[in-house]
Design a binder for this molecule. Structure first.
Ligand code: 13P
Ligand code: SF4
Length: 300
């Protein structure tokens, strides 16, 4: 039996569901039951009645799935797959800023550790950040850990006072405005679609800014025939599959090494041996879940 057949067989036998982020290797998406962005995956994880969730992505995604559906067994194909940005803020910094403002709301990008979620009031993903923050009554917003996403949201909510944190995604940071400008010269008819984790100078010369699911939707709805995509290159699989008559370029080949750690062999291994189970510390569970639940409520 091939690895893929064995995965499909075990999925049925064990009532397991495979969720994968757009950035993982293409062959993983082919065996996944659901592929999507962080927001979509968190809703699927919360609502599934499968007994086992295999989360093909990085560790904060596995933790979020476990928080949202604690009775399920959540397995990570590679426990070392981690998002570096998730660690780029500190509880000390949050507490320091809290002491300065009475009405502060701490808004935490879902790409964050459990500890950071625990010290926050609400989580967001790139797909719902603007909507969630705009519904908060607070004037003062501390946005952690991603400064670029925070600044993008802040620009559209000028009545609020944002405090930022110097966190970033190394993969999106590597997409430079100079290289993008060169790419635009080569492909003058292409529209530029960028993820808000990109730097402000890249966003300034983009035609559309949105989450991975937003980029996919926009590319389908636009009358343009070609696009320069400024996000991790895994998204090309869905773009080319959904819109085979359109052309997609990238600036270099932005690759998240952590997302790419997930392989079919590792998926099979965790399914077969039920290993790499995600557990969340009891002491952290309630507060982190409250921040995630608030996001799901406000983003509805
Ligand atoms: P979205 O899938 O929410 O757009 O986020 C991108 C990302 O970097 C996930 O790690
Ligand atoms: Fe983290 Fe960036 Fe990788 Fe997303 S692409 S998981 S933000 S390092």
């Amino acid at each position: 039996m091939s690895i893929i057949d064995e995965i499909n067989d075990l999925k049925k036998k064990k009532n397991a569901v495979i969720l994968s982020h757009y950035y993982v290797n293409d062959e993983i998406k082919a065996v996944s039951d659901y592929t999507g962005d962080s927001y979509y995956l968190s809703k699927i994880a919360r609502d599934t009645d499968a007994d086992i969730i295999v989360l093909c992505g990085v560790s904060f995604m596995g933790e979020s799935a476990k928080l949202l559906n604690p009775d399920k067994k959540v397995l990570l194909p590679d426990i070392t797959a981690d998002c570096p940005m998730a660690h780029m803020a500190s509880v000390d910094y949050i507490e320091k800023v809290r002491s300065r403002y009475d009405d502060l709301a701490v808004v935490c990008y879902i790409n964050s550790t459990l500890l950071l979620k625990c010290s926050s009031d609400v989580c967001v993903t790139s797909a719902n950040a603007l909507k969630v923050v705009s519904t908060l009554p607070n004037k003062n917003i501390l946005f952690i850990p991603d400064e670029n996403l925070g600044r993008y949201v802040a620009e559209q909510l000028p009545d609020k006072n944002f405090i930022f944190n110097p966190g970033f995604c190394p993969i999106h940071k590597n997409i430079t405005a100079a290289e993008l400008a060169e790419c635009k010269i080569k492909h003058p008819d292409a529209e530029v679609l960028s993820h808000p984790e990109c730097t402000p100078d890249v966003l300034a010369i983009s035609d559309y800014i949105g989450s991975t699911s937003g980029i996919l939707k926009y590319a389908g709805e636009s009358t343009s025939k070609s696009f320069i995509i400024c996000t991790e290159c895994g998204i090309l699989y869905e773009l080319r599959e959904k819109y085979p008559d359109k052309t997609f370029y990238t600036v270099g080949a932005p690759t998240c090494a952590d997302m790419k750690k997930v392989t079919p062999e590792k998926v099979l291994d965790v399914l077969r041996n039920e290993k790499n189970e995600v557990f969340v510390d009891d002491a952290l569970k309630q507060k982190a879940l409250a921040a995630l639940d608030k996001m799901l409520e406000l983003a509805k």
